[in-house]
Write a protein that binds this ligand. Structure first.
Ligand code: ATP
Ligand code: MG
Length: 414
């Protein structure tokens, strides 16, 4: 019986992997410009880490986690909790009061697979830990915006504030009252959520629910003085950087740890899977996980599958040629001369294609063309006798004779 990959788990094969590499390269470059350091984290953690940070009543913890029940360990469903666990464990805040960290890797959630939604998916994740400055929020958002712009993706930014433990309870009560009066028209999920987590009702995608709650009170209108100042500080800083955004009072996030600033980058090109990046502030979380109390933080995660889908919908970026040189050697003598030449050129830094199947010149040239090599070196019996090979430009017209030694070839390839 043929064994296939699990549902919702996907291979990234040659042909597509180049776009992933391109995406990662641009991301690392942009993150570096903002002085972020990479951190690599394990994919397995104690279940309690996620239950405590993301929240017991959230969709992720309630129904989406891959947990080994007998061992109380879980495949990470997101990166922030693990990153903060590492931040605390290694005392990274002592080394540097404000840490800028990014990580790239797979996350696991047991949800219904669809386009742009997998069970193993990948995120680019960036976090700034140790600063409460509203300018830090704006800077982090600006970094995400710049990355998306450099990828030439058109997205829009939505912004909200979720307040803090000082102002949210009063707002929550207000919202609860509003919802209680309209419970009849709401979906089952919303009715269930209204008691445990009424803010999530705002986030419901069911059209009927949306209509019932359009006039719901907005958290942003009920912030305490400190949160209101912070939120207007974020907006001023975004204005200063020329970042445009839309305030969205319905945006709440599916993770309990968020406070104050929350944001999403949205696309209209992926159907229901509209969020390509999402993030926000989590000022109490480091303390909650056993680190220093009063340690603020903010971060975002970008869904790489969704970014790749968007990249596939637009003209391909200029990717480097797959090989600098394809060697087409015909006949045993030519092959014995070409084989060590390929090794020397590779040692000198060139990407060289050569196969060992003894095929005809025509077949080898066809393969060289298909592989996207920039140039081909043709060596047959005549060339071996003369000590010169034919170097042919596969992207233009030209061809030249080059002495069959690696120094001469390296010169010709530069
Ligand atoms: P969604 O509303 O799409 O379920 P989410 O709120 O659960 O997203 P987050 O936990 O905030 O998402 O994750 C940040 C980003 O990771 C999302 O904006 C999305 O781009 C991506 N993402 C989340 N879940 C998946 C998934 N199952 N498959 C692919 N990408 C995902
Ligand atoms: Mg989700």
């Amino acid at each position: 019986m043929k064994i296939k990959a699990l549902k919702g788990f996907k291979d990234v094969i040659p042909g597509e992997v180049e776009l992933w590499q391109y995406l990662e390269k641009v991301a690392r470059d942009v993150f570096g410009r903002y002085q972020f350091s990479e951190i690599r984290l394990p994919v397995l953690e104690e279940t309690a880490l996620f239950a405590r940070s993301i929240g017991e009543g959230t969709d992720i913890v309630e129904k989406e986690m891959y947990t080994f029940v007998d061992k109380q360990i879980t495949m990470r469903p997101e990166a922030t909790a693990s990153l903060l666990r590492a931040y605390i464990e290694h005392g990274l805040g002592v080394q540097k009061p404000v840490q800028r960290l990014f990580t790239i890797g797979p996350m696991f959630r047991h949800e219904r697979p669809q386009k742009g939604r997998l069970r193993q998916f990948h995120q680019l994740d960036a976090e700034i830990i140790g600063s409460a400055s509203p300018r830090v929020d704006a800077e982090l958002i600006a970094m995400a915006a710049l990355l998306l712009a450099e990828l030439q993706l058109s997205v829009s930014l939505e912004l909200n504030s979720l307040g803090c433990p000082a102002c949210r309870p009063a707002y929550r009560a207000l919202l609860l009252e509003f919802i209680a009066a309209r419970l009849d028209g709401l979906c089952d999920d919303c009715r269930r959520r209204s008691a445990t987590n009424p803010l999530r009702v705002l986030d419901c995608k069911v059209p009927g629910c949306r209509e019932r709650i359009v006039d719901a009170p907005a958290m942003a209108m009920h912030l305490c003085g400190d949160c209101a100042d912070h939120f207007s500080g974020v907006q001023q800083a975004l204005d200063l950087l020329g970042i445009t955004y839309r305030l969205n009072k319905f945006m709440v996030r599916g993770l309990d740890y968020y406070c104050r600033t929350t944001f999403e980058f949205i696309t209209t090109d992926l159907g229901a899977q509209a969020a390509v990046a999402a993030g926000g502030r989590y000022d109490g979380l480091v303390g909650l996980l056993g680190g220093p109390e009063q340690c603020p933080g903010i971060g975002f995660a970008m869904g790489m599958e969704r970014l790749v889908l968007l990249l596939q919908q637009q003209p391909a970026p200029a990717l480097p040629a797959a090989a600098d040189l394809a060697i087409a050697a015909v006949g045993e003598e030519a092959v014995l001369l070409a084989f060590p030449l390929a090794q020397e050129l590779r040692a000198a830094g060139f990407r060289v294609a050569m196969d060992h199947e003894g095929r005809s010149l025509k077949a080898q040239m066809k393969q060289a063309d298909k592989s996207g090599a920039a140039r081909a070196l043709i060596i047959g019996a005549t060339e071996v006798a003369a000590g010169y090979g034919l170097l042919r430009d596969l992207r233009g017209e030209g061809q030249q004779e080059v002495a069959l030694n690696s120094a001469a070839l390296a010169d010709a390839l530069l």
